[in-house]
Design a protein around this ligand. Structure first.
Ligand SMILES: C[S@@+](CC[C@H](N)C(=O)[O-])C[C@H]1O[C@@H](n2cnc3c(N)ncnc32)[C@H](O)[C@@H]1O
Length: 207
């Protein structure tokens, strides 16, 4: 099995074997993501992409706020099936794809990624992600990126991750991404341990 198929198989197994409340990244309420996105005061038909959505309640929260153009993308079809069963709305387009080799996406106003990009540990994958991001994000569009912080865990779901400070994110993204907001967040897992996250909001201002 090549590494891409191994990644997919890993996540399919996770979602087949564990319930949503059991996974370490589970949040009852998708904060601060929903508050930050809603504060952008975008049109309700703005295209919001949740990259590596899993079974997150962000989709539910966006629908509750009246957003009508949402893409929910994950490498695991199992996660998408579960999310879709809970929330089968015509406003949500479910897409099974790999963040490191994305298909062309319709232009995006908000690209949300919580705990997905940090799994891309090879430079080639990270650059492929950045290239898709720049291709899909509209000029003046927003990137909300949340990763484990430098004093956070080194692994998630048994897989190695890359930790990022806001400065690390900025130097990877480049000067076309303007930092608007950042926050360190302590995430408490269902088993009670605390994980240090770094959340940052950027605006894409291509030259
Ligand atoms: C730690 S979970 C976070 C899920 C969700 N973003 C949240 O905050 O609840 C990581 C998610 O990323 C997905 N994922 C991992 N690698 C991926 C990849 N290369 N492309 C797309 N999704 C991926 C997994 O299937 C999983 O749903």
């Amino acid at each position: 099995m090549n590494s891409k198929n191994q990644t997919r198989a890993h996540w399919e197994k996770v979602y087949a074997e564990k319930s949503w409340g059991q996974v370490s990244w589970h949040q009852k309420s998708p904060e601060p993501s929903i508050t930050w996105i809603h504060a952008l005061a975008l049109a309700k038909d703005a295209h919001i992409l949740d990259m590596g959505c899993g079974e997150s309640y962000l989709i539910d929260a966006l629908l509750q706020k009246g957003y009508t153009h949402i893409s929910a993308l994950d490498i695991a079809q199992e996660a998408l099936d579960k999310a879709q069963k809970r929330q089968a709305s015509p406003s949500v387009n479910y897409l099974c794809a790999d963040a490191a080799s994305l298909p062309n996406l319709p232009p995006v106003d908000v690209w949300h990624d919580r705990a997905v990009f940090h799994f891309l540990t090879h430079e080639k994958e990270q650059h492929a992600y950045l290239s898709s991001l720049k291709q899909s994000l509209k000029p003046k569009g927003y990137l909300l990126l949340a990763t484990f912080a430098p004093d956070g865990p080194l692994k998630c779901s048994g897989l190695e991750i890359c930790q990022y400070s806001t400065q690390d994110m900025q130097s990877f993204l480049g000067t076309e991404f303007a930092l608007l907001k950042e926050e360190r967040i302590d995430h408490t897992t269902p088993s009670g341990s605390v994980q240090k996250f770094n959340y940052a909001l950027f605006q894409f201002l291509p030259k």
